[in-house]
Design a binder for this molecule. Structure first.
Ligand code: GDP
Ligand code: MG
Length: 164
């Protein structure tokens, strides 16, 4: 079966923006899966000579008691359980948050390979230095990207497919 990559992280870090950025002409299928909340979306991605299924998730807010947010967390956990590689996205503009650390713990427990992606690094000046902070999550090298400007995507995907 095809390798599965799940994009997880707090709401608003830019998961769906990356998901859509990868939805170029090379995307074979974009589909909602019946019986699954709209927060969990699958698409087949072809990149260089690799193909994999990408799962977008609604986001994880670890401590929220809010019903929607806890359902989103549940969906994200299903995506994590299904995935071969997890693409963990954080936001350089917000910096490292408590929720990021909790999501990191959750991902560590999954035992799956995790690729740390620092989004919203739109410029090389100040943003780039702020990326180093995310080493503190203890899950390895942070890969800076700008999903909006489609920067850093190649290096990120190279790291992702290296775990297949
Ligand atoms: P999600 O909740 O993680 O799926 O986040 P979205 O993809 O919906 O994005 C949340 C907000 O962040 C939107 O306003 C996006 O336009 C913005 N955003 C996403 N990627 C970037 C980026 O690379 N740079 C900047 N500056 N904003 C971004
Ligand atoms: Mg989204």
């Amino acid at each position: 079966r095809k390798n599965i990559v799940a994009v997880v992280g707090r709401p608003n870090v830019g998961k769906s923006t990356l998901f859509n950025a990868l939805a170029g002409s090379r995307i074979a299928i974009v589909q909602d899966t019946p019986g699954v909340t709209r927060d969990r979306i699958y698409q087949d991605v072809e990149w260089l000579n690799h193909s994999f299924t990408l799962i977008d998730t609604g986001g994880i807010e670890p401590d929220s008691k809010d019903i929607i947010l806890s359902q989103m967390r549940e969906q994200a956990q299903i995506a994590i359980d299904t995935a071969d590689v997890i693409l963990f996205m954080v936001d350089v503009k917000q910096g490292l948050t408590d929720s990021d650390s909790k999501v990191a713990d959750m991902l560590r427990r999954s035992g799956k390979p995790v690729v740390l992606c620092v989004n919203k690094v739109d410029s090389y000046s100040r943003d780039s230095l702020d990326v180093y902070e995310f080493y503190n999550l203890g899950i390895g090298e942070p890969f800076p990207i700008s999903a909006v400007n489609k920067l850093g995507i190649g290096d990120l995907l190279e790291e992702v497919v290296s775990h297949f």
